[in-house]
Write a protein that binds this ligand. Structure first.
Ligand SMILES: Cc1cc2nc3c(=O)[nH]c(=O)nc-3n(C[C@H](O)[C@H](O)[C@H](O)COP(=O)(O)OP(=O)(O)OC[C@H]3O[C@@H](n4cnc5c(N)ncnc54)[C@H](O)[C@@H]3O)c2cc1C
Length: 387
């Protein structure tokens, strides 16, 4: 499938090619092997970091590349296009890296950003709780002031990859409600080896190297150096990471779609059931052509959102639209690629079936399609909220 887009500058086309070559040398079988063992993609992650790909969008002063969200979007899409969709690339560099870059103290940036950029450090992101998913205002993990610092207690849910990271960016509430009756939120960086931090796996159908966990904070003591930005301003600060999260999650969806389509086209050209390759039957070629159109449209929405973000313009609507369109389109494309493979679509050997749940998951996380529709209904169309 054609990798170029009208937004690709010559430099971006070279970036795309370089990422494709690096990740292509690992390929889907490497990712699938790590995923089946829930093992880290250590070698690939190290190479991506060494090439400057993980921190491309972070400040050069703190070890980043001083580039843009569009550069990171290209890198994450191209990585998934090689059959290696890395959820951790959305979490550690795109969400955590961006929030720290925008709101962290100089000391905090010096401590974490160079490692996030070169891949030697990874950070998980914990906002979801058993009773607070779509509604972040319900977060009940609490930071109780304690002398110079805080004691954090509570439970997080679906924290991807917590067993493989050095720290977690955690969203907590203050014990006392503010004047509007809601508890102000704050953000902390907590090392995963801090006393009182523990986790237990959530058995999940999603085939991915990261793994999913319930995360417990049992009276975890943190000092002032752990607070990101301003106490009680967590909701505003977390927004710094939400558009990058949606944009790069879209790129994972679109990369999976391109990977699946590439495989389907190859198979449709080779597989002969009667006296012609199956791709000659319009029952096979038209759905693939439609999947190609859907994928290209989805990619445009993702790059449009990244471009708005890079220009410092309002990117909320565009990022939500990209997330919505890309997740749906990717799942349809993967489904069609599996259909094109007949029974082999279900065989792990053909490297499609194991991507099903990661593509499906992107309809629900990091933000569900219903919450995107709520955003568009309320903010773009100015319709009243139901909640
Ligand atoms: C594989 C995986 C990895 C994840 N990784 C992370 C991570 O690293 N860190 C993290 O913090 N979280 C993570 N999550 C959590 C994810 O962000 C949440 O699952 C997601 O935000 C949905 O929240 P929920 O599961 O609580 O669903 P709920 O909020 O309980 O919603 C249930 C259903 O109701 C719908 N719904 C709810 N409210 C409304 C409404 N007002 N209008 C219409 N529909 C509504 C939702 O769209 C959804 O379909 C992950 C989840 C998965 C599955």
């Amino acid at each position: 499938m054609d990798s170029t887009l009208i937004v690709d500058t010559p430099e971006r086309a070279l970036l795309r090619q370089a990422v494709g070559q690096l990740v292509g040398s690992y390929g889907h079988s490497y990712w699938a092997d790590c995923a089946s063992r829930r093992a880290e993609t250590t070698e690939l992650w190290k190479d991506l970091g060494a090439a400057g790909f993980l921190g491309v969008h972070l400040s050069a002063e703190y070890g980043g590349g001083g580039g843009t969200m569009t550069d990171l979007a290209v890198i994450i899409e191209e990585t998934a296009t090689q059959g290696c969709p890395l959820l951790m690339s959305v979490i550690s560099p795109a969400i955590c890296g961006t929030i720290l870059d925008k709101h962290g103290s100089a000391e905090m940036k010096t401590r974490w950003l160079p490692g996030i950029a070169d891949g030697s450090l990874k950070m998980a992101f914990a906002i979801t709780e058993p009773d607070a998913g779509s509604n972040s205002h319900m977060v009940s993990t609490t930071a109780h002031p304690d002398g110079n610092g805080w004691r954090i207690s509570g439970t997080k849910y679906w924290t991807s990859g917590i067993d493989k990271v050095h720290a977690v960016l955690v969203v907590v509430r203050q014990p006392e409600p503010g004047p509007n009756g809601k508890h102000p939120l704050s953000l902390f960086v907590v090392p995963t080896d801090a006393p009182g931090v523990s986790w237990t796996p959530i058995p999940s159908a999603v085939h991915e190297p990261e793994g999913q966990f319930m995360l417990f904070f049992d009276d975890v003591t943190v000092g002032p150096e752990a607070l990101i930005g301003v106490e009680g301003q967590g909701l505003r600060q977390v927004f710094a990471g939400l558009n990058p999260e949606r944009i790069t999650a879209s790129c994972i969806s679109n990369g999976i779609a391109r990977y699946a389509l590439n495989k389907a086209v190859r198979y449709a050209n080779e597989r002969q059931v009667w006296n012609t390759p199956i791709g000659a039957h319009q029952g096979v070629s038209h759905p693939l052509a439609e999947a190609y159109i859907g994928t290209q449209v989805a990619r445009l929405t993702a790059y449009r959102a990244a471009e708005l973000y890079d220009l410092g313009l309002e990117a909320g609507e565009a990022s939500n639209i990209a997330k919505f369109v890309s997740a749906d389109s990717s799942l349809r494309t993967l489904d069609q690629a599996m259909q094109t493979h007949g029974g082999n679509g279900m065989s792990l050997e053909y490297g499609l079936a194991d991507l099903w749940f990661i593509a499906r998951m992107l309809k629900t996380a990091p933000v569900s399609r219903e919450m995107v529709l709520n955003f568009v209904a309320q903010h773009s169309l100015k319709l009243p909220a139901s909640y």
